[in-house]
Design a protein around this ligand. Structure first.
Ligand code: ADP
Ligand code: MG
Length: 225
């Protein structure tokens, strides 16, 4: 009975999410349709509108990808020896390229002599990208983001700290709920995906934040085969 109950719980979350996804996709579709119609009537503006359409299509792509990942049952993790510091540097460099116009400091502090984990590289990359992206979005035009790692016995703690807008205490409980977003162009699926991955990898995630001061996210991952 407990199993059935859990299963139907899962189904209702999926059906709720499906309704949310349909809604989330409808918005960019409306924008795309509008821009294509204007473009049809004004061919000289087509080039200008192309980038808007591309942005909206990319947004839909992310939503669908995240949704499929969240509802696909039993996608297996593929663990191997991974150097976490390499993945962090890779992610920070990626974000630096994306934010060249802003006055951001993105740095990595390695407080542990070894940062090797037996884990899933692809998913760890996704976690870091989601966390650093949120940090970058929280600081806006100017700010500091520091990623730090340190050993905790067999586990590795990965800390992503920003001095951005922070999260009000009453909002903290909603972080990671499907479609919870405070951003105009947010999807509210990033933290949910991050939490699922961390869970699948046997780790834990913790948010600490102060409004207008910044946010610290700590992910702790086990590293044994
Ligand atoms: P999205 O980024 O699309 O809004 P997420 O699931 O990644 O969706 O994040 C959900 C919400 O959590 C964000 O809209 C924001 O309000 C809050 N949040 C997450 N990380 C941070 C952070 N580092 N600083 C401030 N707010 C954050
Ligand atoms: Mg996000």
């Amino acid at each position: 009975a407990a199993y059935l109950e859990r299963k139907s719980d899962h189904l209702s979350v999926i059906s709720q999410m499906s309704a949310g996804i349909a809604h989330e996709i409808k918005n960019p579709l409306t924008v795309i349709k509008g821009f294509l119609q204007i473009g049809e009537a004004n061919p000289e503006m087509q080039k200008e509108y192309q980038s808007v359409v591309l942005k909206e299509v990319e947004r839909m792509e992310t939503i669908v990808q995240d949704f499929l990942f969240l509802v696909k049952p039993g996608s297996k993790t593929e663990k191997k020896e991974v150097d976490v510091s390499e993945i962090i540097s890779y992610t920070l460099n990626l974000m630096k390229k994306d934010t060249e116009d802003n006055d951001l400091s993105l740095s990595y502090k390695n407080a542990s002599e070894d940062s090797i984990l037996f884990t899933d590289e692809k998913r760890l990359k996704q976690v870091l990208l989601n966390l650093v992206k949120n940090a970058v979005e929280a600081v806006g035009e100017k700010g500091e983001i520091v990623v730090e790692t340190y050993r905790k016995e067999d586990s590795l703690a990965i800390v992503v700290r920003d001095d951005g807008i922070g999260i009000p205490e009453e909002a903290l409980i909603h972080i990671g709920e499907p479609f919870y977003t405070t951003k105009e162009k947010g999807t509210g699926l990033g933290v949910m995906v991050t939490k699922k991955i961390v869970d699948d990898l046997g780790g834990s995630i913790h948010y600490e934040s102060e409004e207008e001061k910044g946010t610290t996210v700590t992910v702790t991952l086990p590293g044994n085969p």
